[in-house]
Design a binder for this molecule. Sequence first.
Ligand code: ADP
Length: 354
Amino acid sequence: MSVTTSDTGSAAEPYVRFQHVTKRFPGNGRRGTLTAIRDVSLEIARGEIFGVIGHSGAGKSTLVRLINGLETPSEGRVHVGPHEITALSERGRRGVRRDIGMIFQQFNLFQSRTVAGNVAYPLKVAGVGKADRDRRVARLLDFVGLLDRAHDHPEQLSGGQKQRVGIARALATEPSLLLADEATSALDPETTGEVLALLRRINRELGVTIVIITHELDVIRSVADRVAVLDGGQLVESGSLYEVFAHPRTEAAARFVGTTLRDRPSAATLARLRRAHSGRLVTFRVRDRTGFQTALAATFLRHEVAAEIVFGGISELQDRPVGSLTFELTGPPGAVDASLEALRADGVEPAEED
Ligand code: ADP
């Protein structure tokens, strides 16, 4: 398999480390074994927000359960902090798990307990005394903006508020690592934004390392420092958010990015553009370099090529431009080819839409 790791995105001090991890599940007889994770190696640095993206069934939840030791790899090793999870007894794993907070899509709150009772629960399990517990619960609820709802029950709260209770509960034991498995998938876009802002605060103010697992690229795009793309159990690409989005090196990553940025015409759009435009349709990825579009325009002008933008989109990621522009190019015989040749010589890579 090929794993592409960008050099700009290498982890500083690895906090979570997968070394050639494979996880197989026994199949249902008809299918034989099922490989959910296939030879995955990755490093997540202390203090970063790391995103894992992939379609449903790609192996994301299995990856999370390998980090917190709820699953054991069939092959390979998993390290979390100083511990090799794979070498620990169940008791040892429980100890490591105390340093890992988890939040879930369906919140998993106790309906019979109050908001404060839910947040207090892990502290109770850890044997923290009542006075200390009350103090910590109040501080946590204040942090997530729900101090005034302490005595309510979960059913009295909105989805976003429930997730904030889930987050406060996950932080109760002051974990170094927070795993968020599809934590915003049940929320509307505005509430998702609020929860993501809270996760950012947790990362920046409390220094908690966060791993976000999601099929929603917009989520990853707004919070992650680095990302990994899982496809069919394989880690097909990883690197800084910008590198993976601006320069996806694998087909699977490019497909993912395309569905989020929506900057490349779909097959249906392309067919419509062809009917409306008789010239050559050529797409350019936007470059993070001043004068890029001026250079394009100057080259077309020099070759007497008329260039009209017919599709595209530019947005920002980590304060840098990302996206692509599709041009209709028309001109005297050979002129379009000559202009594209000149651009290629200048390091620009035009993609002919066919
Ligand atoms: P994702 O979270 O990306 O949707 P999962 O990690 O849940 O993916 O699943 C990856 C694959 O592993 C799926 O084909 C799923 O059916 C299979 N799988 C996950 N857990 C088990 C299990 N306990 N037993 C058998 N198969 C499993």
